[in-house]
Design a protein around this ligand. Structure first.
Ligand code: B12
Ligand code: SF4
Length: 589
């Protein structure tokens, strides 16, 4: 019988999440499938220092699950195993969005949900063949990386086995059991990576299927780790009613929800009666502009009302806030703590906005040159890893810690306790300890950010957008889109255009630049290094646009790559132009 070891690397950073001893469900689910397919399976949770290596190195295959924050540890573990000649397979959200990177540390990478692909992959490996037919798998064919397309059919939830926690070896039983009843989320918040993996179609298990699983957890605490547990209120009510009728006998349960959950009294009543005692709510911000920039689709009024509503039904609230949105200032952070204290919220987390790879937020900040580091282990919601728009990274980092300290003071441990009992006080005292511990351990990063303040901050763009070129106008090897990026640096306007200009998107470029350009611009630099024309007509229209810009600026410089027909076009333009201040600069790259 072949042996498979699956590892969930833990973060080496000292932070609150490390204290939560709860695995993600990926490995117990995949482990259950491999076990029923006849493999001997062992699961481990740990860092390179704590893993039982002697039990791992005799496996036939090792699978490693990774999220962004733990990817460095995952690569370190994979590196060691491959140096021992072992076959390493990697999966999880970080490997899904960064397959090239993951593949440079592993033999195989599984993108997307692996429930339907894990067994066929190992079967192919058993036969010694490459997994050409297994959807979503990336692998090396000699020196060439192959990426099989992902399956288009999402996994239906009732097809899944129950997660097998008994496969975890050398672990004390988990205090809280993770249960997942749904995948996907119909919303599309710009910082969230859930929909990248699980999509926007909300798929859920049948009530009977969930109740069967819960029957095994009598007397235990359960955390429903669905991302949006109450996205379908009819099914939520049916499930809660089922839990009441079947007397599941859970000690308590908590789940992640959106604010809308608090607006349905019938659901709150069922939630409480079925044992729900803690709602983990993505409140995110009390700044309306920030909520809008996150595409959160909720209002500040809903945020304010939500805590009161849950409390009315005796359900505690763990509020999850994010600091560092485009409209956030230091004052927003301070006001949020006031709000949290006034609303008598039970416990909370203040996360620093984190541009997770693959998300629209990441793409925006990367294109604007605002990422400070790609050290993925710092992408954990506790570190400022980008240049915020309206404060320095140092301010963002420090104000977040101060906010935590203001909420989790010794005095507040026993104050505002909504639900009688010691639970809330216990969580607050843990928070009180953790934030001070984290602050001590993290001084090095504070100092690094402080030094960065002395360096000139990266300018925040006046405008950034990706426009589609007309369908069919894309050229080989170039994306059929155009990126516009406008910044102001020391009074000089820089317009960067990258991609394909077509007659369709040129109209939008002209409209944008006309609105953003001052009436008479002193100095305008157009970076056209990565620009191509979809047609001769588009090139002619662009020439007219340059004429107009030249007439409206005292100095116009155009940076070109000096390659191919782009060079000829601009040189011809320079010869023909009547503008005295038109300068062509060859890119230094
Ligand atoms: C429960 C949970 C937690 C728990 C437990 C976490 C833990 N042990 O890591 C707590 C609350 C502690 C937590 C903390 C954090 N979390 Co969390 N968490 C989740 C949540 C809600 C559910 C996880 C889960 O069980 N998923 C269900 C299983 C089935 O999915 P899966 O593990 O991805 O597995 C599937 C595939 O990925 C793949 N697969 C996975 N592993 C492997 C391995 C192999 C070999 C193969 C072939 C395939 C494969 O197949 C599986 C089945 O289809 C997810 C959201 C989500 N929907 O996944 C966020 C999520 C994982 N968390 C996230 C984040 C960012 C964090 C934090 C950094 C906090 C923060 N700032 O938000 C910390 C970091 C924790 C750490 N480990 O260091 C992000 C990760 C995004 C990213 N790109 O890294 C997620 C996706 C949420 C989000 N908003 O985007 N989290
Ligand atoms: S943050 Fe929550 S509501 Fe928004 S997309 Fe992610 S899971 Fe859905």
């Amino acid at each position: 019988m072949k042996k498979v070891v699956l590892i969930e690397p833990q973060s080496k950073e000292d932070h609150v999440y490390k204290m939560v001893r709860m695995p993600r469900l990926g490995l117990p689910l995949l482990g259950a499938q491999l076990k029923s397919a006849g493999y001997q399976v062992e699961l481990y949770l740990g860092t390179g220092e704590t893993l039982p290596w002697s039990r791992i190195v005799d496996a036939d295959y090792v699978g490693i699950s990774t999220i962004t924050a733990t990817s460095r540890e995952a690569y370190r573990i994979a590196g060691f195993l491959r140096s021992q000649g072992m076959t390493v397979v990697m999966g999880g959200i970080h490997a899904h969005v960064m397959p090239e990177e993951a593949l440079s540390h592993a033999d195989y990478v599984v993108r997307g949900e692996a429930d339907l692909t894990i067994v066929p992959l190992f079967r192919a490996l058993d036969k010694g063949s490459l997994p050409w037919d297994v959807p979503g798998v990336s692998f090396w064919n000699g020196r060439e990386a192959v990426h099989n397309p992902c399956s288009t059919a999402p996994v239906e939830m009732d097809q899944l086995p129950l997660p097998d926690f008994s496969l975890f070896k050398g672990q004390k039983p988990f205090r809280t059991i993770p249960v997942m009843t749904s995948r996907g989320c119909p919303f599309d918040c710009n910082f969230c990576s859930v929909t990248l993996m699980f999509g926007r179609r909300y798929r859920f298990r049948s009530t009977e299927n969930v109740l069967d699983e819960l029957a095994a957890y009598r007397g235990r605490s359960v955390f429903f780790c669905d991302d949006n547990f109450t996205a379908n209120s009819a099914r939520s009510k049916e499930l809660f009613q089922g839990m009441i009728d079947c007397k599941t006998g859970l000690k308590r349960w908590g789940a992640q929800m959106r604010v809308e959950a608090s607006q349905d009294s019938a659901m709150l009543d069922l939630m409480r009666r079925s044992g729900g005692d803690m709602a983990y709510v993505g409140l995110e911000s009390i700044n309306p502009a920030t909520l809008a920039s996150f595409n959160k689709q909720q209002s500040v009024e809903e945020v304010r009302d939500c805590v009161r509503r849950f409390h009315e039904f005796g359900i505690r609230v763990h509020g999850m806030f994010i600091f560092g949105g485009e409209a956030d200032t230091v004052q927003t952070i301070r006001d949020t703590v006031d709000f949290a204290l006034d609303s008598r919220i039970d416990s909370l987390q203040f996360a620093i906005l984190t541009p997770l790879p693959g998300t629209p937020l990441f793409q925006q900040l990367e294109a604007e040159g605002r990422l400070l580091t790609r050290q993925w282990e710092l992408y954990d919601g506790h570190h400022a890893v980008f240049q915020p728009a309206r404060m320095t990274p140092y301010e963002l980092q420090n104000e977040t810690i101060s906010a935590f300290k203001r909420f989790y003071t010794f005095r507040n441990i026993f104050k505002n306790v909504h639900t009688p009992g010691w639970e809330t006080s216990f969580y607050r005292s843990v928070g009180c300890y953790l934030v001070r511990h984290f602050e001590r351990k993290n001084r090095w990063y504070d100092r690094a950010l402080e030094r960065l303040q002395d360096i000139e901050p990266k300018p925040v763009p006046l405008f950034f957008r990706t426009l589609k070129a007309h369908p069919g106008e894309g050229q080989e090897g170039m994306p059929a889109s155009l990126r516009i990026f406008l910044i102001e640096k020391k009074g000089v306007l820089h317009l960067r255009l990258r991609g394909i200009i077509s007659n369709i998107n040129l109209r939008e470029v002209i409209r944008t630049v006309r609105t953003l350009l001052p009436k008479r611009c002193f100095h305008l630099v157009i970076n056209a290094e990565g620009l191509r024309f979809a047609s001769g007509k588009a090139a002619a229209s662009f020439a007219r646009f340059l004429e107009w810009l030249g007439q409206n600026s005292r100095r116009l410089q155009v940076v070109i790559s000096g390659e191919g027909d782009q060079k000829d076009y601009f040189y011809a333009k320079e010869r023909r132009t009547k503008l005295p201040r038109f300068e062509l600069l060859l890119s230094k790259r």
